[in-house]
Design a protein around this ligand. Sequence first.
Ligand code: FAQ
Length: 336
Amino acid sequence: MYGANVETAADRKAPAPVEDPALLAEFQARIDRGESIEPKDWMPARYRRQLVRMMSQHAHSEIVGMLPEGNWITRAPNLRRKMALIAKVQDEAGHGHYIYCGTETLGVSRDELVDDLLAGRAKYSQIFNYPTLTWADIGVIGWFVDGAAIVNQTVLAKASYGPYARAMIRICKEENFHKRQGFEICAVLSQGTDAQREMLQDAVNRWWWPSLMMFGPSDTDSPNSRDLLAWRIKRFTNDELRQRFVNLTVPQAQAIGVRLPDPDLRYDADTQNWVFGEIDWAEFWAVVNGNGPCNRERLAARNKAHADGAWVRQAATAYAAKRAGAPRDGGSTAAA
Ligand code: FAQ
């Protein structure tokens, strides 16, 4: 168990304790000096709670995020595409595991987090509650969804909490591969038949706005940003990162000749930003609150996968217990 001020799930539901002002000031000074906070260091309860909230949601997103693309492994158009997609989906599982491990360093158990996910009590990124209807969706997910994840997570690699920041470094390297394989699928489809180009445009039309929503509510409606920015967990606001993603993606869309489905999209030479239209926040909150096109399907699929994997967990536990009881020489019972 890490740290002196570990909280249980019940503790986390209670109001945060009043902290010692001197400890708080010293903690903030460490953050402001750019120091990394490590699991055994003192930290305010609210810092710990914010990290558990955000990191567990992130880990769940990686795991649920395997489902929309996993659906297409058997239908990838050729062996090369299938190999890349299998590798990508496996990477997402790895990302979930790193981030669950990072969250455990805050004194929370993975079982508790997974129980919350399976029971529908936990949040995960709304983007994974949309269906993958065609092969072009797989390209567009790599391009937009992994592209958005890179913009968000590259800055998290400098977050103040050491285990989270370190996990992000490797994750971002893998997300770069994911984005490239997705963009390449799109680039190839954009050079294909009329039907392939239409399929690509249709996928772009469906995924553009939900991808912009991934960055979270606009800054005026983001209750967690103040804490997260003050503690250098976030280093940019939701709207700043969303704008960065749009600025990066518009030229890529132009390069492969697809239209982004926003009549208000225009370049502002003064700010050097691509100005975009209004996001449908009612849709965002509906999906976040469990009423997107695939929320129920995703939770059912996760629950089934968890139940199907019970025998693996039992076997691993039995094997670990057997190893713990075994003599150190690997099983020989002969007297020395
Ligand atoms: N979906 O106060 P804020 C990936 C919730 S990984 C659902 O602004 P915050 C890789 C938020 O939790 C994608 N809920 O929150 C991949 C909060 O609710 P709470 C995941 C959302 O934390 C690719 C409430 O709204 N990435 O894509 C969303 O300051 C392909 C108010 O919001 C991460 O998790 C949303 N999009 O900012 C995998 C990155 N946005 O908890 C497979 C780390 C907000 O108060 C295939 N997380 N909410 O009840 C972050 O950077 C932040 O947590 C934000 C949200 C920016 C997501």
